[in-house]
Design a protein around this ligand. Structure first.
Ligand SMILES: [Cu+2]
Length: 132
């Protein structure tokens, strides 16, 4: 390898690192927010979240959103989990899920999202309080 090849390789590595860092930083600019922090305990409750780009404050439509888990970990009952079913969103940038909250207390909703044009995954946990 000549010196200039080495320099080129070092430059390529530097650029690759810079891009990887930028992509990680960008996916961190997105977060889920609860539209309403509480639901009424019971069957078939709807939880609505919005996915927000924190740099612009705008909601992000057309993300691939998945709810991986809803359980009572915040109240020390991580084994108390309930099924989460996606339902169509009411407006662009919001995402809705149906679940049965069998007990009053704090429930943790684990959410993931793939955003178009961004690498990586948004990974958030939100606490929904089910009221008696
Ligand atoms: Cu419980």
């Amino acid at each position: 390898m000549t010196t200039s090849n080495l320099a080129r390789a070092a430059m390529a590595a530097l650029i690759a690192t810079t891009f990887a860092t930028a992509a990680r930083a960008e996916i961190k600019n997105y977060e889920f927010q609860l539209v309403q922090p509480t639901v009424k305990a019971g069957a078939d409750r709807i939880v609505t979240v919005r996915l927000v780009d924190k740099t612009s404050g705008k909601t992000v439509p057309d993300a691939v959103v998945f709810a991986s888990r809803l359980d009572m970990a915040p109240d020390g009952m991580q084994e108390m989990a309930t099924k989460v079913t996606p339902v169509p969103g009411s407006e662009p940038g919001t995402y809705r899920f149906k679940a049965t909250f069998g007990m009053a207390g704090r429930w943790q909703l684990s959410l993931g999202a793939k955003v178009q044009g961004e690498s990586g995954t948004v990974d958030n946990k939100l606490v929904v309080t089910a009221e008696q």
